[in-house]
Design a protein around this ligand. Structure first.
Ligand SMILES: Nc1nc2c(ncn2[C@@H]2O[C@H](COP(=O)(O)OP(=O)(O)OP(=O)(O)O)[C@@H](O)[C@H]2O)c(=O)[nH]1
Ligand SMILES: [Zn+2]
Length: 370
């Protein structure tokens, strides 16, 4: 993502040192700054103030989102009109971007800004600024390192590559553990024959009844994309899924204008070794942002206690209250409501089988430790 110049009137306005003197109240624009054409302040929509102890600090602080972090610099896309900016369909994706450095105090406090952070910045010149404050995060992911992620778009395929339900369920366990929403997109329906489409329908049913928003379509033909995009509107996303399912293609179809380096979700070096690299947040329209880095790489199970595993399968968690024993692990215990639900076909056998596999794996993980 290239650095883009700010609006022409922006730097002179700042260089005069003029700030809130032109603003009546925090967040409101003065009449002087008002542009007739837009019916609102053309310059000062960028002007925010902070209030401390009832006193308005005379400082122009802009709100924005970090879209890129590299070598101590943070690129911040500046918010307009109180909303984190995002291009609508068919609109230009260019935005005001400030390249900022974190002020010393943040470093002293040990605060490391992350891509996805909502921040206050003070512009210091054309395209430059100082990162003043990191606003409270609602989530923080380690891999990829990103803040305020709302959901993980799990991309899967029935064929090409062949579906791997154990991998998929493992991924979903990770997403639940990270307390993020999982959205499933079954890609490449264009390669499916009639009977395979039926097979896929059954799988869609499995994951919908488990409680996941589940979509099917094709990045190649565009089928099903509007539905999944509508569901993702306004969210910050990470893409996850096995290699070759179309994660990069999905991002590129939403942002065909991206330079090639961006939108290449996993770059392999040499002998198939994955490299970690910087994360970039890409505006894909409709208020959605996608982190250009694959989520959750190695899929060792999250380190949880045995009783917690059931809570990471939403449909098992929903049933477990009916179990006779509060600490039921839904294996062979009498009066297990989960096993009963599996027998009645309310919980998919494949999901339950994977639950049992993971339970054994966790036991082994715990045993290794002692
Ligand atoms: N037939 C078909 N092929 C697709 C579709 N979407 C993507 N592909 C192809 O699938 C292959 C893999 O797509 P990528 O987007 O590189 O997959 P990825 O998930 O990013 O893979 P990794 O980078 O290995 O994680 C490419 O050759 C794409 O052209 C689709 O909807 N239909
Ligand atoms: Zn049970």
């Amino acid at each position: 993502m290239a650095l883009l110049p700010l609006r022409p009137e922006f730097p002179p306005f700042l260089s005069k040192g003029g700030t809130l003197s032109r603003c009546r109240r925090p967040g409101t624009a003065s009449r002087r700054g008002k542009s007739k054409a837009e019916g609102r302040c053309a310059i000062l929509f960028l002007c925010r103030s902070i209030e401390k102890g009832g006193k308005v600090l005379k400082e122009t602080l802009l709100r924005g989102r970090i879209v890129r972090a590299l070598a101590g610099y943070y690129d911040v896309v500046v918010e307009e009109d109180g909303e984190t900016p995002s291009a609508e369909d068919g609109q230009d994706f260019r935005r005001s971007v400030l390249r900022t450095r974190a002020r010393g105090l943040l470093r002293e406090l040990g605060i490391t800004p992350l891509v996805g952070d909502l921040v206050h910045v003070r512009p210091t010149g054309e395209g430059e600024g100082v990162l003043i404050e990191v606003l409270p995060r609602k989530s923080e992911l380690v891999r990829p390192p990103a803040a305020n992620v709302d959901a993980v778009l799990v991309v899967a395929t029935l064929r090409e590559p062949e579906v791997d339900l154990a991998y998929l369920d493992r991924l979903l366990v990770h997403v639940e553990h990270a307390r993020l929403e999982a959205v499933l997109f079954w890609n490449k329906v264009d390669v499916l024959g009639l009977s395979e489409r039926e097979e896929l329908e059954a799988l869609l049913g499995v994951y919908r009844s488990a409680g996941y928003a589940t979509f099917a379509g094709s990045v190649r033909t565009g089928e099903g994309l509007p539905e999944v995009r509508a569901h993702l509107a306004g969210k910050v996303l990470v893409l996850a899924g096995p290699s070759g399912v179309g994660k990069t293609s999905f991002l590129r179809v939403l942002r065909p204008d991206l330079p090639l380096a961006v939108g290449e979700l996993s770059r392999k070096l040499g002998r198939g070794r994955h490299t970690t690299r910087e994360v970039v947040l890409v505006d894909v329209g409709q208020g959605s942002w996608i982190a250009d880095a694959p989520g959750f790489g190695a899929l060792r199970l999250p380190d949880v206690g045995l009783p917690e595993l059931g809570r990471l399968f939403p449909e098992i968690a929903a049933c477990a209250e009916g179990c006779r024993f509060r600490d039921c692990l839904h294996e062979r215990e009498p009066g297990c409501a989960v096993r009963a639900a599996v027998e009645e076909g309310k919980i998919a056998r494949s999901r339950y089988a994977n639950y049992l596999t993971f339970l054994r794996e966790l036991r082994e993980m715990h045993a290794e430790r002692y």
